[in-house]
Design a protein around this ligand. Structure first.
Ligand code: TXA
Ligand code: MG
Length: 338
């Protein structure tokens, strides 16, 4: 950890585990480090980075003001998978915030992340440690696939607990607004803050509005295969997917299915993978990105996925799935397609 901290202090890059996904870390207060992060990811440099801290007293120096709302949600959810947006202090370079006057801050709970941040000087800028256009890495193996040869060091902390990126809440507006759904749900935030809104662009396919988290405007991860999400009663969905899979296979496609334990044996396709039990949203969140990566590696050309309820953690799961599918959703209603 000392060595990794040294790398950061010298302006180098270290990938590290967090409780959500692996991060690609650099010194957040060093403009040259942030530039290197964009290069390594192949990511546009107007897409701001999240600054990771390990101690509450490190928040005040990088924001204009630690507001009452910030204090309350930090107390409730830090360390943990929650990122807050606040007006930035001068100390934070524009290279880190993508030119914005605001800064995104998160205190991760993973012990390796915390130790690295402390050894590295207290402020670690880190996007997810994937190449731009690939799913966020949930194990060190995927970080190596994307980043080997591009960065100085990778810390292996095993599989991430949550598997989806942190919830982002914007505290510069009133009421606060969720810009990216995650493990900390709207309900959980509402309990602490009173009213909390959700950015309209999050679940709507085409709201006509530009998303407020700049990262959400880029064509996000899209699998190499064409992904379609199917919504309906379980028997309808399996029957529909099997019929489409058969047609696709006849046309020469390699077909992958993303399902759940309850109905998995009923699917017929080239590769059938389960996200876990429908009763266990945590498992669904944890396995989604790994399955999408596997389908890319296996050069699957058509992918069908079951649909999940868009409440609680399901909101984050559906948000990532819909983005990966380019919002291709088929709703089965009786025998009709809507
Ligand atoms: O769980 C996570 O948050 C992971 C781990 C590594 O901590 N990090 C992560 O970073 O997901 P990244 O760069 O992949 O996503 C950061 C998102 C982007 O959509 C970006 O646009 C948004 O946060 N963001 C960062 N700063 C912002 C700001 N000042 N205002 C609005 N959105 C911001
Ligand atoms: Mg990312």
């Amino acid at each position: 950890m000392q060595e990794a901290g040294e790398v950061l202090r010298r302006g180098g890059l270290v990938a590290f585990p967090t409780e959500t996904v692996y991060g690609l870390g650099g010194d957040a207060l060093n403009p040259a480090s942030s530039k290197k992060i964009y290069e390594a990811k192949g990511r546009p440099s107007d897409n701001p980075l999240i600054v990771h801290i390990a101690r509450m007293e490190d928040l005040a120096p990088i924001v204009k003001e630690v507001t009452e709302e910030a204090r309350r949600i930090a107390e409730a959810f830090w360390p943990g998978p929650l990122t807050m947006i606040l007006p930035k202090a001068e100390k934070v370079p524009y290279e880190t915030t993508g030119g914005l006057e605001t800064v995104a801050v998160r205190m991760p709970s993973h012990p390796v992340a915390q130790k690295l941040i402390l050894c590295g000087g207290g402020y670690v800028a880190a996007p997810s440690a994937n190449l731009s256009g690939r799913p966020s890495p949930t194990t060190a193996k995927y970080v190596i696939e994307d980043m080997d040869g591009r960065i100085d060091m990778i810390l292996d902390g095993g599989e991430g607990d949550i598997g989806l990126e942190s919830t982002i809440v914007d505290l510069t507006v009133s009421p606060p607004q969720i810009l990216r759904p995650g493990y900390i749900t709207q309900d959980m935030l509402t309990q602490v803050l009173g009213q909390v809104g959700v950015d309209r662009t999050i679940l709507e396919a085409d709201s006509g509005q530009a998303p407020r988290a700049p990262g959400m405007k880029y064509r996000h991860y899209a699998p190499r295969g064409e992904l379609t999400i199917i919504s309906g009663l379980a028997e309808q969905v399996t029957a529909y997917i099997n019929a489409r899979a058969e047609e696709d296979q006849a046309a020469g496609h390699k077909v992958g299915v993303i399902g759940t334990d309850e109905v998995l044996p009923q699917y017929r396709a080239d590769i059938v993978r389960s996200l876990g039990s429908r009763q266990d949203e945590d498992s669904i969140a944890r396995h989604l990105y790994a399955i999408l990566r596997e389908f890319d590696d296996e050069q699957v050309t058509r992918i069908y996925s079951e649909c999940f309820e868009a409440t609680g953690l399901g909101q984050a799961i559906m948000n990532r799935l819909l983005k990966a599918a380019g919002h291709k959703l088929i709703v089965l209603d009786g025998n009709r397609e809507a």
